[in-house]
Ligand binder design. Structure first.
Ligand SMILES: *[C@@H]1O[C@H](CO)[C@@H](O)[C@H](O)[C@H]1NC(C)=O
Ligand SMILES: *[C@@H]1O[C@H](CO)[C@@H](O)[C@H](O)[C@H]1NC(C)=O
Ligand SMILES: *[C@@H]1O[C@H](CO)[C@@H](O)[C@H](O)[C@H]1NC(C)=O
Ligand SMILES: *[C@@H]1O[C@H](CO)[C@@H](O)[C@H](O)[C@H]1NC(C)=O
Length: 367
């Protein structure tokens, strides 16, 4: 009899647990239905921004600063870098500059430089929601992604350069982009520009970005930075990590909208890419989520190669070296180093762009 009693109590607890789960789900759905606004996807802009997100991976700082690197042409030609920020200790990199053709300040962050992308992806699986996003009830984010932007030399460098750009170019639009972890940093940066600088015209577009916070955070993010597009590519595994569990909407990671999912259809030589603009939930079940099956121990249907090329543009480092930097002494003169050895290379945007004869024989020194 006693066992039976426990059983009934257990069942009642379960019922309560489930009903509260359901209730939570309804609440979350409800909140997500009140999207403030959803970004309009612009294919042309995506093709341009992916090139910025690719270029920021380049390790030759001279070529990057003077916008002469091998990835610094095509749709990004004529970009004027104002500041290049390198956090040496944590191997982070970002730049701020002005794209006059877009009439915008463009900020880009580099993704992880780890030797093994495979290991980095496996670690992502276990990332915890371990820090409260300040000032927002119930919003939690991943500490590592949060601090990569907020607690490094990247943030002060970026904010300073944005102010400098404003002095010359006025209140032009600010576009923030990045791939992989760089996308996570771009998201925190976009939010920060709205909150700290009160910038009104902020647009975020990320590529292959992991999840960074829970549902409450996603909802807040959408409210503050509605003009956000999160591009995912076919079977890219990274946007599915850290995992999202449908039955525990409040407890797990949850993407903010708006996803645009790229996938290929066709056979043989007749393959073309569809760009599916997803719903306002952030976790549209008919977008990339549909091709990923989770079971308790792993993720299937995943691909790392789909993570490393977006719109046919190579993402990731140019060489297998991890966190190597190359710099010409003439550019080093524009740089300053802080106590931690972090590097900021900047120029006054009102001065002419530095022109170097990029003689390949003289690659400068490794830092
Ligand atoms: C899309 O972006 C491009 C590049 O910024 C711009 O020229 C074009 O007008 C935009 N299209 C729409 C429909 O906004
Ligand atoms: C930021 O860094 C400082 C010094 O390294 C540390 O004391 C602080 O706890 C960090 N903040 C967060 C949120 O991790
Ligand atoms: C650039 O954007 C600003 C702010 O939106 C606007 O006032 C200005 O007219 C734009 N310039 C061009 C050339 O479109
Ligand atoms: C879970 O995924 C792994 C790896 O793809 C596979 O070996 C295993 O059989 C799957 N388990 C279930 C229950 O589907």
């Amino acid at each position: 009899m006693e066992r039976r009693g426990y059983l009934i109590i257990a069942i009642i607890i379960c019922l309560f647990a489930f009903s509260s789960c359901r209730e939570l789900k309804v609440k979350v759905k409800h909140r997500h239905n009140q999207h403030h606004q959803l970004a309009t996807y612009n294919h042309t802009l995506a093709r341009i921004l992916v090139q910025y997100a690719s270029a920021v991976y380049m390790s030759d700082l001279t070529e990057l600063f003077t916008w002469t690197c091998s990835r610094c042409d095509g749709l990004t030609e004529g970009f004027e870098v104002i500041e290049l920020i390198v956090d040496v200790k944590r191997c982070l990199q970002g730049f701020v500059g002005v794209a006059t053709d877009l009439n915008a300040t463009v900020i880009a962050f580099r993704g992880t430089q780890e030797r093994s992308i495979q290991n980095w992806v496996e670690d992502l699986y276990w990332k915890q929601l371990d820090i409260d996003y300040p000032g927002v009830d119930g919003a939690m984010v991943h500490h590592g992604f949060y601090t990569a932007y907020h607690n490094t030399s990247l943030r002060p460098g970026v904010l300073n350069a944005v102010q400098k750009a404003k002095e010359i170019y006025g209140n032009i639009k600010i576009i923030v982009t990045g791939h992989s972890m760089g996308g996570a940093m771009a998201a925190f940066c976009g939010l920060d520009l709205r909150l700290s600088l009160g910038e009104k015209n902020v647009q975020v577009m990320t590529f292959g970005q992991p999840r960074i916070g829970n549902a409450a955070f996603a909802s807040y993010f959408n409210q503050i930075v509605p003009d956000t597009i999160r591009v995912t590519n076919d079977h890219d595994i990274v946007p599915h990590l850290p995992p999202y569990y449908y039955y525990f909407p409040q407890k797990t990671y949850h993407h903010f909208p708006r996803e645009v999912w790229l996938y290929n259809i066709g056979f043989g030589s007749l393959i073309y890419t569809v760009e599916k603009v997803c719903d306002g939930s952030g976790e549209d079940p008919t977008c990339s989520r549909q091709v990923i099956a989770f079971n308790l121990s792993s993720v299937s249907g995943n691909s790392i190669s789909d993570h490393l090329a977006y719109f046919g543009v190579q993402m990731g480092c140019d060489e297998s070296s991890s966190c190597r930097m190359v710099m010409d002494p003439r550019v080093a003169a524009y740089g300053r180093t802080d106590l931690d050895g972090n590097l900021i290379i900047s120029r006054d945007p009102s001065t002419p762009i530095l022109k170097l004869d990029t003689d390949r024989g003289d690659k400068g020194s490794s830092v």
